[in-house]
Design a protein around this ligand. Structure first.
Ligand code: NA7
Length: 522
């Protein structure tokens, strides 16, 4: 949306494509009960328009999906963006025409479009992944995918409901659907750590204060490691006494949100510190969940806390104290197949009226490997990424001139506020386009040396991080045969922006190769 707006304002002729029936991306598709953002709404919003910041009023600290989608549509309408989008349209092929220095795009509507620049704003989590369980297509009950949730209301009263998956999505669904379902069966493979969200309605005074200080708050967010307003301490975990640590952890638990991660500086680097925090959270699970077997099964034990995306909940663990909610521990029983009437494991059969898949995404790279994106010499992104994603600043790839990826897999993507990254990335691309125009340049491409140099930085930083110690979509571990590895930039958003700024300094000459020529704006 921001790219569409920005390039239009710069005078470019622009055509945007969207597979969904409207604006919103993740928030268009993920209409499942309980869907909610896990960053403060005031932070999870565009900063490029001071007018919109003042005109829009958030109602909750962590907005639910309907409000997020309403906001997105408000922005779309306010800036008259919809007219630039072709909705319900999937791009099926994008190919670089070297002779004419143009990207040639084919769509599933049978159309061909040509443009000197192509921006892939395809997002890190836009390709949902079904579980590899036999018989999925055989189920005669109602099958719902969290990331393709129907537009009409789904009711659960009196129904036997199964949920597969206990990541952020599954957790949000379980605590909501558990309220009304006749019986709810949660099929859990890896338990997640989840912390209290402690969501609140925002008071008019709070909102007014935020609106008064938006410029400063945005600047603070941009200067932070997470691209947001979350407090970040420089205090190392073992620099304070055990009692002080406990007090700080208790405070973070009471404050809610992702406060705990920012309470100490080294939780993603110091294994011992991490283990103590994980034990603290496991203790909390034990305090809430009454049945000891269920409590034990819900406690994550095999990976460092925060190495999987930490979840926020409002009543997840409490839900398991309800008589209608049952945890099926897939470490103790194996799913054999989905049948016409439900789920069969090696311990028995679960009859289900409704089955919900909350089984995640082909994250980070999935959107660009799902169709042919063909660069110089006929080489596809799929071929380029055979051994893992490669790129420069998450923004460009060697072999793919004038193609840009916003929130790409070699930038901070999932590790910082995605709105701040998107805005940063679009601004960076826009400045490069201006540079090209002013200097009579038709194409820009990152050099192999610059790309390799960036991937070295990414890898060196990544090796220090505990993110490598959990099997997650961050690493591609959830998709069969996907190359395993951390390609995300773990150095923090502020540092990322420094690298983005440094790339520009010498007229981009250290990192990019250009071809002379002229690009028409309209
Ligand atoms: P996640 O976090 O990838 O979670 C997917 C869940 O689905 C996870 O618990 C998986 O268990 C589970 N899963 C996947 N396949 C199976 C099968 N075959 N059987 C049982 N369980 C399975 O996706 P989410 O949508 O929850 O969250 C994605 C991001 O959205 C999140 O990080 C936030 O940034 C927002 P596994 O871990 O593989 O054992």
């Amino acid at each position: 949306m921001y790219a569409t707006y920005k390039f239009r304002e710069m005078g470019y002729k622009i055509q945007s494509f969207e597979a969904g029936g409207g604006l919103g991306g993740v928030w268009y598709w993920n209409r499942y009960p309980g869907a909610r953002v896990d960053l403060p709404s005031v932070d999870y919003s565009f900063s490029f328009s001071p007018e919109i910041e003042q005109e829009w009023t958030w109602s909750e600290q962590f907005a639910a999906q309907p409000e997020l989608l309403e906001y997105i549509n408000f922005v779309g309408k306010r800036l008259d963006l919809n007219k630039h989008f072709q909705f319900n349209t999937r791009v099926t092929r994008a190919e670089w025409d070297e002779a004419r220095t143009l990207w040639v795009l084919k769509t599933d509507k049978g159309e061909t479009w040509e443009a000197p620049y192509c921006i892939m704003a395809t997002g890190p989590l836009s390709v949902p992944k079904d579980p590899e369980i036999q018989g999925l297509d055989r189920f005669k009950g109602d099958l719902y995918r969290a990331a393709r949730w129907p537009h009409q209301e789904v009711r659960f009263e009196g129904k036997r409901v199964g949920v597969i998956g206990t990541g952020s999505t599954g957790i949000q669904i379980v605590q909501e659907v558990g309220k009304t379902a006749g019986e709810l069966f949660v099929f859990q493979r890896t338990p997640s750590f989840t912390m209290p969200m402690r969501n609140v309605k925002l008071t008019p005074e709070y909102v007014a204060e935020v609106k008064r200080h938006y410029p400063g708050l945005r600047e603070a967010a941009r200067a932070s490691a997470v691209g947001g307003l979350r407090p970040q301490s420089t205090r190392a975990f073992f620099s304070v006494t055990r009692e002080q640590r406990q007090t700080l952890l208790e405070d973070a638990w009471k404050n809610g949100g992702l406060a705990m991660l920012g309470t100490f500086s080294d939780l993603l680097y110091n294994e011992e510190a991490n283990a103590e925090v994980a034990e603290f959270v496991r203790g909390k699970i034990g305090e809430v969940v009454k049945d000891p077997v269920t409590a034990e099964a819900l406690k994550p034990k095999d990976y460092p806390i925060f190495a999987r995306r930490p979840c926020l909940d409002s009543s997840y663990y409490e839900t398991y104290n309800q008589p209608n909610v049952h945890l099926v521990d897939l470490f103790k029983e194996n799913i054999l197949e989905i049948t016409e009437t439900g789920m069969r494991t090696d311990k028995g059969e679960y009859e289900l009226d409704i089955l919900i898949l909350a089984t995640g995404y082909d994250g980070l790279t999935g959107a660009l490997t799902a169709f042919d994106v063909v660069g110089r010499g006929g080489k596809t992104v799929n071929q380029k990424w055979k051994e893992g994603a490669k790129g420069y600043l998450g923004l460009m790839m060697a072999g793919f001139p004038n193609l840009f990826t916003t929130t790409g897999p070699t930038g901070p993507a999932a590790l910082a506020n995605i709105i701040r990254i998107s805005e940063n990335d679009v601004d960076w691309i826009a400045e490069l386009m201006v540079h090209m125009e002013q200097n009579g340049l038709a194409t820009a491409e990152v050099t192999t040396e610059a790309e390799d140099g960036w991937m070295d930085i990414v890898s060196t930083l990544g090796k220090r991080s505990l993110l490598l110690k959990a099997k997650t979509w961050y690493l591609g571990a959830n998709v069969k045969d996907k190359p395993l590895g951390l390609t995300l930039f773990t150095g923090g958003f502020a540092k990322y922006r420094e690298y983005c700024a440094a790339a520009k300094q010498d007229g981009y000459r250290k990192a990019l190769a250009f071809q002379p020529g002229k690009v028409e704006r309209a």
